[in-house]
Design a protein around this ligand. Structure first.
Ligand code: HEM
Length: 521
């Protein structure tokens, strides 16, 4: 049954390609694998196990990775010599490291060494990025984390997190300490870097490989190149809004901010018209997280597989019959991989690029524009400024990105010990840089919880920072600006039915799946 779903047959090598987007990068295995391995994964996922190795697909339960016990099994050692086995069939277990001694020492206890009710109320805050609190509104918790536990170790999932602006910004620049080569999402950060290499995604690479591959596509996304796309972007956005010009209500995400970004990036990539919205549907399913679950659902794994196979097939087709689009051009470029030889990209690499860019286009702008509409409803004075002075729209985009960034954190792996806000982050741990918190840090911003589109410009950490800073930032800014301009022109007065809004539950992307809007007169 599974083989019918995924297509192909035994022996066919496929790439479960598209590691989606920053905000979005997730459980999409971009590794080469035999179709049987994929089928194993899907079956394992369908069996309902919470934790599944991305590449070799074996379900696991709670426990300690064999590598953590000091076993010499596997390859690709991390700085502490911990490894994950990559052989087929290896049972990979979620790492549950013991709590660092310095943190345990700080926990308040009663006379018998237990946490009493009285001390529990003073217990340091806990940050769970798979909790309802995180999915719905993490900002009060972020403030407590910045004040009380700015450099935090989560013992359940085994990761470190940085919450303050200065720490997040500095860590983003220090790729030697905080590597992307173990993946950038909590569900992949414990994966063997040898396996991550097979993802072939620039967001999961360190220099020099990262820089060589990023250069292949960066020309397409310069502000100048993106500027030339403005007529196309305005046409797509206008065509999504036009059907509602005389309507009394519409869903600002389902009808508008969901469909248009994927349409734009898929046009650029060369995805056929009829398939473009399917890319977004696959992504939405694969990024969804049940509360308390770090890993995707079985349906999510299946969606990732389906999407990967689709993009690989598309890359092969474009190599045979190139058109005037990015995927076709990627089939023709050559790259020096550091050995002085110029070689073409493999189809799997092209599918990886397409998956990353498609994921970016499909998710983050959708969330930013949805967040904008809710924020304008809650701050009508700020919307008035945009309606009356369209020239303020770019500043509004920056403020929305600061206030409610679609990408809440970026994952890294600590390669060496470092000290942040006086606390040592040890080598060898998944570490997340919580940009969602940093952009509300009162140590850096005046009145950070106030939406003010006239705020003085500052570095947009919402697009990341350093070598992995958002490649599509110019496109994202232009799409968001035009979306808000068109909304302001066609819907100068509106209200959101907040009770009818629905939020997504995604690993590191925040926003809405539904925002009902009605016209005010
Ligand atoms: C509002 C919309 C967007 C937001 C908030 C956003 C945010 C981010 C962030 C935070 C990163 C850094 C990831 C990291 O450090 O691990 C990033 C990287 C990236 N973004 Fe975006 N992004 C947006 C739109 C886009 C668009 C439209 C595209 C292209 C179509 C795009 C393509 C990329 C790529 C390719 C990277 C990886 C760059 C690298 O690893 O060198 N993004 N983005």
């Amino acid at each position: 049954m599974v083989r019918d779903v995924v297509g192909g047959g035994p022996g066919l090598t496929v790439t479960v390609a598209p590691p989606p987007h920053p905000g979005v990068v997730d459980h999409w295995a971009n590794a080469e694998m035999e179709i049987d391995d994929i089928a194993d994964q899907v079956l394992a996922g369908l069996a309902g196990d919470a934790c599944i190795d991305v590449v070799h697909g074996t379900p696991d339960g709670p426990g300690v990775d064999s590598a953590d016990t000091g076993s010499a099994e596997g390859t690709g050692a991390d700085p502490q010599g911990r490894t994950s086995a990559s052989r087929p069939g290896h049972v990979r277990r979620r790492r549950v490291p013991s709590e660092p001694a310095e943190l345990i020492a700080h926990r308040p206890r009663d006379g018998r060494g237990r946490m009493s009710d009285a001390t529990l109320s003073k217990t340091p805050p806990e940050f769970d990025p798979f909790s309802d609190e995180y999915f719905n509104d993490p900002y009060d918790l972020y403030r407590r984390m910045r004040d009380e536990s700015p450099v935090y170790f989560n013992e359940d999932y085994g990761f470190w997190a940085l919450f303050r602006y200065d720490d997040v910004r500095t860590a983003h620049k220090d790729w030697q300490t905080f590597s992307s080569s173990h993946g950038v999402d909590l569900s992949t950060l414990n994966t063997d870097p040898e396996i991550i290499k097979m993802y072939r995604s620039i967001i999961m690479m360190d220099p020099p490989g990262h820089d060589r591959m990023r250069a292949l596509v960066s020309r397409v996304f310069t502000p100048r190149a993106v500027g030339a796309l403005e007529p196309m972007v305005r046409e797509v956005i206008g065509s999504c809004l036009a059907p509602f010009d005389h309507a009394e209500s519409f869903d600002a995400v389902a009808d508008f901010s969901g469909p248009f970004p994927v349409e734009i990036i898929c046009r650029m990539l060369g995805v056929p018209e009829g398939d473009r919205q399917q890319i977004r549907r696959w992504l939405d399913i694969s990024l969804h997280r049940e509360s308390g679950q770090m890993d995707p659902t079985p349906e999510g794994i299946q969606a990732a597989i389906d999407s990967s196979i689709y993009l690989l097939e598309l890359a092969r087709e474009k190599r045979r019959l190139p058109g005037d689009d990015m995927i076709s051009r990627l089939t023709q470029v050559e790259v020096d991989r550091g050995d002085g030889q110029m070689t073409q990209l493999e189809d799997e690499e092209i599918a990886g690029f397409a998956g990353l860019l498609g994921g970016a286009g499909a998710e983050t702008v959708t969330k930013l524009v949805g967040n904008a509409i809710v924020l304008f409803h809650r701050n009508p004075d700020q919307y008035r400024k945009v309606v009356d002075h369209p020239g303020k729209t770019p500043a509004a985009v920056e403020e929305i990105l600061r206030y409610l960034p679609p990408s809440q954190y970026q994952g890294r792996f600590s390669m060496k010990e470092s000290v942040y806000s006086g606390v040592t982050v040890p080598a060898g741990y998944p570490t997340i840089l919580v940009t969602g918190s940093s952009s509300r840090d009162e140590r850096f911003y005046d009145d950070p919880d106030v939406v003010d589109i006239d705020r003085a410009p500052s570095l947009a950490l919402g697009f990341g920072y350093g070598i992995h800073s958002c490649l599509g930032a110019a496109l994202a800014r232009m799409e968001s600006r035009i979306a808000i301009e068109e909304l302001a022109r066609r819907w100068p007065l509106f209200a959101v039915d907040e009770a009818g809004c629905a939020r997504v539950q995604m690993s590191n992307v925040a926003g809405y799946s539904s925002v009902p809007v009605h016209r005010l007169r």
